[in-house]
Design a protein around this ligand. Structure first.
Ligand SMILES: Nc1ncnc2c1ncn2[C@@H]1O[C@H](COP(=O)(O)OP(=O)(O)O)[C@@H](O)[C@H]1O
Ligand SMILES: [Mg+2]
Length: 389
């Protein structure tokens, strides 16, 4: 969590609007590039939701444990348990036929084991079993003052259907929530992930298009970046301060991307603390910091890219507005200008698919492409020259 979370007012407003729902018509997808601040924003949504009377369940999906329908379902039950374990229910409720004296139902806590036993004893597919458990939990939550629940999952782009293994955890998740929401059960999904997330949801189930409100977060504005840098220093009575010039340099070099703001600020802070005692004039050694950032953040990703793909990426980094988005046509045209040996559209297309698999490029829903790693273009221009013969 940053010492001060700058900006994101619109996102809070949008989330606040979704929190007003009593019948869930819209769920939320929070998306953006790596390092843009999805995880920390998600963390700040929790107290906001709780303040509005919601309960909160969920974790992140970075582990690959979500590969089968059953592991996904059990994960969901584990998350649900956090909420239900304080409830006491009568279980098993049904009386056995043929007994003259009615059997006393036993009182149990709605623990993970109880949820799992309902899951396993429900006949049918995973989707039916999971629905049954969520509906059961809802029956008992209904009486509570707090009863609406948010299921929040970070890194949700990792959730995938796998046709060859006949496992469809993503589709099951969407089917279950669509079905229970239709019945009026106020359980809302909040998924965060890379820009590939929403297209993936729609590919799994076309109805996902209507089911989610997509909130995309990007770089901070200039003013917000300045706040992210200056507020913690001011507020925490910091022993060093940053001059206007230093703040401007950090804003410019980070381009408003939160990860880079924090990275550069930490380095600058360390340098300033050391300079402070020496009487030397304090300045931001931006070149040195840039090199460190290149080594820490970019170099590892770059090292895995084969030569011809590097050339392609370099061309992209020289396409105008490539930090926003670009088309195959633009890329092919620019390659013709810059390289001795260019790329045909179909070859470029194939390579982009490979680069997308490596998480360096992604294709948006309008068929245009973008770098999937912020500021990758400037890194490449700083560090790479294509072969000249
Ligand atoms: N709004 C913000 N203001 C200041 N710092 C931020 C902000 N959002 C994110 N950060 C910082 O940026 C870095 C990346 O944030 P993170 O949430 O991990 O990104 P993501 O989950 O999108 O990859 C963290 O160091 C975080 O503290
Ligand atoms: Mg994250």
């Amino acid at each position: 969590m940053p010492p001060y979370l700058a900006g994101r007012h619109q996102e809070y407003e949008e989330f606040g609007r979704l929190l007003k729902q009593t019948t869930i018509l819209e769920n939320m997808v929070l998306t953006g590039l790596r390092g843009v601040g999805k995880t920390v924003l998600l963390d700040t949504l929790k107290p906001r939701a709780m303040q509005q009377g919601w309960l909160w369940a969920g974790t992140d999906m970075s582990e690959s444990a979500m590969v089968s329908e059953e592991t996904m379902a059990l994960r969901l039950l584990a998350d649900l348990t956090v909420i239900t374990s304080s409830l006491t229910v009568e279980y098993p409720a049904p009386q056995r036929v043929g007994f003259s004296v009615p059997q006393e139902p036993i009182q149990v806590r709605l623990s993970y084991d109880v949820l799992v036993s309902i899951f396993t004893s429900t006949p049918g597919l995973v989707v039916d079993k999971l629905k049954a458990v969520l509906e059961f939990a809802w029956q008992h939550l209904q009486a509570q003052e707090r009863r609406r629940v948010i299921f929040a999952y970070d890194e949700a782009q990792n959730l995938s259907d796998n046709a060859t293994k006949e496992q469809f955890p993503l589709s099951v998740l969407l089917d279950v929530f669509q079905s229970i929401q239709k019945k009026g059960i106020p359980f809302m999904l909040l998924l965060t992930g890379l820009p590939t997330l929403f297209p993936k949801l729609v590919e799994a189930r076309t109805f996902a298009e209507r089911m989610f409100r997509v909130v995309t977060i990007g770089r901070l504005s200039d003013d917000e970046s300045k706040e992210a840098i200056a507020v913690p220093i001011k507020r925490d009575r910091c022993p060093v301060s940053f001059s206007t010039e230093s703040v401007n340099i950090i804003c410019q070099e980070s381009a408003g991307y939160p990860y880079f703001i924090q990275f550069i600020c930490r380095e600058v802070f360390d340098v300033f603390i050391q300079q402070a005692g020496t009487g030397e004039p304090m300045g931001v050694p931006i070149d040195a910091i840039q090199r460190k950032l290149d080594a820490d953040f970019f170099a590892g990703r770059w090292a895995r890219v084969p030569d011809r793909q590097r050339e392609l990426l370099w061309v992209i980094s020289n396409v105008e507005h490539a930090e926003e988005e670009f088309t195959i046509q633009e890329l092919v045209a620019r390659a013709k200008e810059l390289l001795i040996k260019g790329f045909s559209p179909s070859h470029a297309n194939q390579m982009l698919v490979r680069l997308a698999d490596q998480g360096l490029i992604y294709k948006n829903r309008l068929g245009k492409y973008s770098f999937a790693v912020p500021l990758l273009g400037s890194f490449i221009r700083r560090n790479y020259c294509p072969p000249t013969e």
